[in-house]
Every structure is written in C-alpha cells, then in structure tokens.
Design a protein around this ligand. Structure first.
Ligand SMILES: CC(C)(COP(=O)(O)OP(=O)(O)OC[C@H]1O[C@@H](n2cnc3c(N)ncnc32)[C@H](O)[C@@H]1OP(=O)(O)O)[C@@H](O)C(=O)NCCC(=O)NCCS
Length: 186
C-alpha cells in the first residue's frame, strides 16, 4: 500500500529537507561512517558505502511501505551538499505523539544547522503532520551528548526523565534522557 501522503519537502532559510536519493549515498556514508556521529546513537559505524545504501533503502521503506516514519536528507541551499539527516523516527496515532531526531556530518557542526532543521521538523509535526493532530513531540538522547541536549533546550523542550539503562546499544546498556514538547507549550 502506498504511503497515505506524499513525502513532505520542507524548507528553512538555509536548508532543504527532502527525500534520500541513491546519489546521496556518499553523504550518508560520511555521516554514519563517522565514529563521532554514531557514538551516542544505536547506529553501528558504517565501514562500507553498501551499508549506507541499505540504510537509505530502510529509510525509504519506513515511509513508503511500512508508514512508520520520515527520514529527511538535509541539503544546504548554498552548496547543494547533503549535510545530515533529520527524522520523525516513529509515531503513535493512538497517543497523538511522535519522536524526532537528527545528526550532521561533523564538518557542518557549529553553524546552527541542527537547530534550524530540528525546529522545522517540530513545526511540521505540530502544524502540518497529516495523520493526526500531534500533542506531544519527544526526543531522547544520551545524557553525555551535550550538543544534542543543547539543541533540544534551544528549541524549548523540557527535560522530563532520566532513564537508567534504557537501551542496549552496541553491546552495552546506555542511559537516556527524555525530552518533550507539548502542543500547549509551543
Ligand atoms: C547533535 C548535533 C546535530 C548538534 O550539531 P551542532 O552543530 O552542535 O548544533 P547547532 O546547529 O545548534 O549549532 C551549534 C552552534 O552553531 C553556532 N552557530 C553558528 N552560526 C549560527 C547560526 N547562523 N545560527 C545559530 N547558531 C549558529 C552557534 O554557536 C551554536 O551554538 P550556541 O547555540 O551554543 O551558540 C551534532 O553534534 C551531531 O550530529 N552529533 C552526532 C549525532 C547525534 O548525537 N545526534 C543526536 C542523537 S539524539
């Protein structure tokens, strides 16, 4: 069954968020082939672009076939480079909530791009998400992932829980902090 809505294309002042294309494989490899990027995430560092191609296919299947999430390729308008990913990784119509995330190729850290793209994903979630009226946007991060926590705080998310050994990632249990924003708090 095709997705109930077309893949959304989002735009900010400096960025375009659009669907991943095969020719973006090198950018995805640069992203998930970076130990610095995957350190605080469940992603196992890619060592071969073929792994990145498979990941890209999984991104597309999550949207087009499974209808479980949206992962955008984030492109800089000035250079047309793909610099990272942003996503609505899962949603729950029953509870009117969804979960977001993001990562950037390290060359593009420190320019405010993460905040810019995450802010747009949150806006889309509350204003334009077509499946249900979103009441709660969640994000979780490793408690020592200060850059990510900083992004969420800049967006106005509330830190609401510390989850001990909340996930088993790459052979070890990791703690998580859970952040959220409610529709009423926007
Ligand atoms: C998390 C991550 C995306 C954050 O990236 P980032 O570049 O540090 O985040 P930002 O986009 O907010 O940019 C930060 C800095 O850019 C600087 N900056 C430069 N130009 C700017 C502009 N035009 N607008 C805003 N900030 C700008 C600011 O100094 C800002 O820091 P400040 O808010 O303390 O002043 C990045 O560290 C990453 O990819 N990590 C690995 C993956 C990961 O952990 N993802 C999250 C999993 S939960």
């Amino acid at each position: 069954m095709p997705s109930p809505f077309p893949f959304p294309i989002l735009e900010t002042e400096r960025l375009i968020l659009r669907e991943w294309q095969d020719e973006d494989v090198n950018a995805l490899f640069k992203l998930f082939g970076s130990e610095e990027v995957v350190r605080y995430t469940p992603v196992v560092c890619h060592t071969d672009p073929e792994q990145s191609m498979q990941t890209m296919r999984r991104f597309r299947a999550r949207f087009h076939e499974k209808h479980e999430g949206i992962v955008w390729a984030v492109e800089r308008k000035d250079t047309r480079e793909v610099i990272g990913e942003a996503g609505i990784y899962e949603w729950s119509p029953q509870h009117f909530r969804l979960a977001i995330g993001y990562s950037l190729i390290p060359d593009h850290w420190g320019h405010g791009f993460a905040t810019e793209m995450a802010r747009e994903v949150v806006r889309y979630a509350f204003e334009d998400f077509p499946l249900f009226t979103v009441n709660r946007v969640e994000a979780q991060t490793d408690p020592v992932n200060q850059p990510s926590i900083h992004v969420l705080e800049k967006l106005g998310f509330t830190k609401e829980a510390y989850i001990r050994q909340g996930e088993f990632e790459k052979g070890r249990f990791v703690d998580l902090v859970l952040f959220s924003m409610l529709r009423a708090e926007r």
